[in-house]
Design a protein around this ligand. Structure first.
Ligand code: 8DG
Length: 146
């Protein structure tokens, strides 16, 4: 109850549950790094994942990049918040994307099935909807990808 006598309603009540995801847009030599996981090897998306409880976006980004690729983000900058259907869970997802450089050459961890550097037009790479429809156009609009 607030001082005004109103009950405090948790934000989640009455709203759809969103999956929260943090991800990295890493571009080198005009190509975007995408990964696929062993759980769904046919779908590629940005390295990243769900923040642990109490973890901030940058902390989550650094942990996920370390776990998945053995790299550290260098000079990460907020690119966009995008909303789409999550590629694996198929529920609404809010994904915060940071454009970042990385500290080393990425080495895929065992949870990954594949790692590709893409220009965006590869016919054999099926991208998650958020990446195909939102992240690639944003990177192009910002001159970060041809
Ligand atoms: N990392 C990432 N996830 C994405 C993207 N696009 C997209 O739909 N997703 C979806 C895929 C999954 O449904 C969800 C992220 O799940 P994940 O399995 O990568 O997350 P995680 O590393 O925290 O995995 P876990 O703890 O559940 O094992 O978000 C994207 O570009 N990057």
């Amino acid at each position: 109850m607030t001082q005004d006598g109103f009950a405090v309603v948790p934000e989640s009540i009455g709203q759809p549950q969103h999956l929260v995801v943090v991800a990295a847009a890493i571009v080198q030599q005009g190509r975007l790094l995408v990964v696929s996981k062993k759980a769904a090897p046919e779908v590629f998306y940005l390295p990243g994942g769900k923040p642990d409880p109490g973890e901030g976006p940058m902390e989550a980004l650094a942990r996920e990049l370390d776990e998945e690729l053995g790299v550290r983000p260098l000079h990460p900058r907020f690119l966009a918040d995008v909303e789409a259907l999550a590629a694996l869970e198929r529920v609404p997802m809010k994904m915060t994307v940071f454009h970042t450089s990385i500290s080393q050459v990425p080495r895929p961890a065992s949870e990954l099935a594949d790692l590709r550097w893409i220009s965006g037009g590869e016919p054999d790479v099926r991208l998650a909807p958020a990446v195909q429809d939102q992240v690639l156009p944003l990177l192009r609009q910002n001159g970060l990808l041809a």
